[in-house]
Design a protein around this ligand. Structure first.
Ligand code: PEP
Ligand code: MG
Length: 578
């Protein structure tokens, strides 16, 4: 029977294919009963998984980078201890025997018991150790289930649509290796990092569908309409034909836009506009070159830290950054320092560390300043890459003058370390700050004085201005890029930068959405950074715009408080001939 689910549109495009259901690496496990004769095999399967995790941890310990933080080895030790604790292993075996259930289910039942006991503990430190139990259990579950979520090789391809309750950015980035047609999730907001990865993959996706994972069966026929945020399940022949037609039309329109590849991005009144690319992994550079981007405006380096055990060391990071810089052959590469926390947490980073409200907790520069060894390692790697081409360093989530001062001091320290080693770097490396916290946008003085450039992160600026968790679909309807407060903060930052002679870019999702191109041009923006796939459409808008005229119109639009009038004015602005 055909039915449709409505969620949040994440990326343009239509995918038509068969459902593949996955559980991401959470504790969502199946429950089934076993015939008596299979209980012994199940126990052996469980023992093997535990032994497998023990081998993994031993290998991790043996290969730990000598410069790795002491906490990392302490964690590995703690995990090894938990793994041999009879409360976890023997009790799980007992449950498998008594209830004749599968090992995954028994393990999660036992974990919940242990976690409940931890919650009774008064000592906060000990109470928080429950997160370690959960992490160990996750590792065993992964071992039991194979790497969860990987579709079988024969099932991969553009006709496969992944259906999940939730996907972390770390899960989604793996889709860069598998080939899939699209994905849909029950949870997630349209500017969550999972959605951002979907956009960077240029695959259709819809998030915030609430019940998709329960309503859809493996192999169901699906249509993902990534532009409208609609998922159609089991479409009839007419609907299928209509969507096939729309898909062909979209592909033809995209192919036409490709002709703009060589055209310089200049407005009708002759203003050069830089259209740079956002990347997550070094492998994304090919896509950047394919659209002839002016450079890389945002390299989200934290993705190098996900889906792995332990943090990448200095040499590995240096090789990754240098590879990107060399591939970009003289074009600017803006490398952002680690922005972990909130929805991006590498394995081995204590969940408790990111706090009860992770988006407001120890994220990005706050985390880096609290982990100086890790931060210095990254700074040295970026500085060394700067010897190979025009690199700029960008710091996320700055709000306070003392954070800027501390960061600059750490950069000086990293430079001194490299000088001591005799390793080359660009001593005049430009340092920029992201403007993504309203406090920063409102008190720009110190940013303009101490930094060489600014880049507005509209995704977080909207989240923090409107107090909306960008990853939470239940408040997604309140996440509004056109809220007058958001627009005024963006315009103010661009204009203050222009007055002070400090270049300002926008690298949040607004920069890649063609419905905002003219609005941003009219605010005076000249540097946009977005997913490579979005560049052709934004360029088309730039080419048909008269910047001087837009500046006058946008000044009037910014004075509006009424959201309906504001939207109407924007629609007129976008529909106008220039
Ligand atoms: C932003 O916040 O707009 C941004 C570009 O950074 P991220 O999406 O990685 O938080
Ligand atoms: Mg951000």
């Amino acid at each position: 029977m055909t039915f449709a689910l409505h969620g949040l549109a994440v990326s343009h495009g239509i995918a038509i294919g068969r459902a593949h259901l996955i559980s991401h690496a959470t504790l969502e496990v199946e429950h089934y009963l076993l015939p008596e004769r299979h209980v012994g095999e199940e126990l052996a399967r469980f023992d093997q998984a535990v032994a497998g995790v023990r081998t993994e941890l031993d290998a991790l310990m043996a290969h730990a980078d000598p410069g790795a933080p002491a906490e990392l080895t302490a964690f590995i030790d703690l995990y090894r201890m938990l793994l041999t604790d009879p409360l976890l292993t023997e009790a799980t075996r007992a449950l498998i025997r008594q209830q004749r259930c599968n090992a995954e289910w028994a393990l999660v039942q036992q974990m919940e018991q242990i976690v409940a006991q931890f919650e009774q503990i008064e000592d906060e430190y000990l109470r928080e150790r429950k997160a370690d139990v959960v992490q160990v259990v996750e590792r065993v579950l992964k071992m039991l289930m194979g790497r969860p979520g990987h579709p079988p090789a024969h099932a991969q391809g553009e006709h496969l649509i992944v259906v999940a309750h939730d996907l972390s950015p770390a899960d989604a980035i793996q889709f860069k290796q598998w080939k899939i047609g699209g994905f849909v999730t029950d949870l997630g907001g349209a500017t969550s990092h999972t959605a951002i990865v979907a956009r960077s993959l240029a695959i259709p996706a819809v998030v915030g569908l609430h019940h998709a994972r329960h309503l859809i069966y493996e192999d169901d026929m699906l249509i993902v309409d990534g532009a409208r945020g609609v998922l159609i399940v089991d479409p009839d022949a007419d609907v299928l034909e209509e969507y096939r037609r729309r898909k062909r039309a979209l592909e033809a329109a995209r192919a036409k836009l490709k002709r703009l590849k060589k055209a310089p991005a200049v407005t009708l009144d002759g203003v050069d506009i830089a259209l740079a690319a956002n990347i997550e992994l070094p492998g994304d550079v090919a896509q950047v070159q394919a659209v002839n981007a002016s450079g890389i405006g945002l390299f989200r380096t934290e993705f190098l830290f996900l889906n792995r055990d332990g943090m990448p060391g200095e040499e590995e990071q240096y090789a990754a950054y240098r590879g990107v810089v060399e591939a970009m052959a003289g074009n600017i590469v803006v490398i952002r320092t680690l922005d972990i926390g909130a929805d991006k947490s590498p394995r081995g980073v204590d969940i408790a560390r990111t706090g009860p409200n992770p988006a407001l907790g120890q994220r990005a520069i706050r985390y880096c300043l609290a982990e100086p060894r890790l931060f210095l390692t990254q700074l040295r790697a970026i500085l060394r890459a700067s010897a190979h081409g025009p690199v700029r360093l960008l710091v996320p989530m700055l709000a306070h003058a003392h954070e800027i001062a501390q960061t600059l001091a750490m950069i000086e320290q990293a430079k001194a370390q490299l000088r001591e080693r005799g390793q080359p770097f660009n001593a005049a490396l430009e340092i920029g700050g992201m403007i993504e916290i309203p406090a920063a946008a409102l008190a720009l003085g110190v940013f303009l004085e101490k930094l060489d450039f600014l880049s507005i992160g509209t995704n977080d600026l909207i989240q923090y201005t409107l107090a909306i968790d960008r990853a939470d679909e239940t408040v997604a309807h309140l996440y509004d890029p056109l809220h007058p407060a958001v627009l005024r903060l963006i315009a103010h930052t661009i204009q203050a930068g222009a007055r002070a002679g400090v270049p300002v870019a926008v690298c949040g999702e607004m920069a890649g959405d063609p419905q905002f191109t003219r609005l941003l041009l009219g605010m005076g923006l000249r540097i946009f950074s977005m997913h490579p796939a979005q560049i052709p459409e934004v360029k088309r808008e730039v080419l048909r715009s008269n910047r001087a005229g837009l500046r006058r119109k946008v000044a009037r639009l910014l004075a509006l408080d009424d959201p309906v009038a504001l939207r109407r004015r924007l629609a007129r602005l976008n529909a106008a001939a220039d």
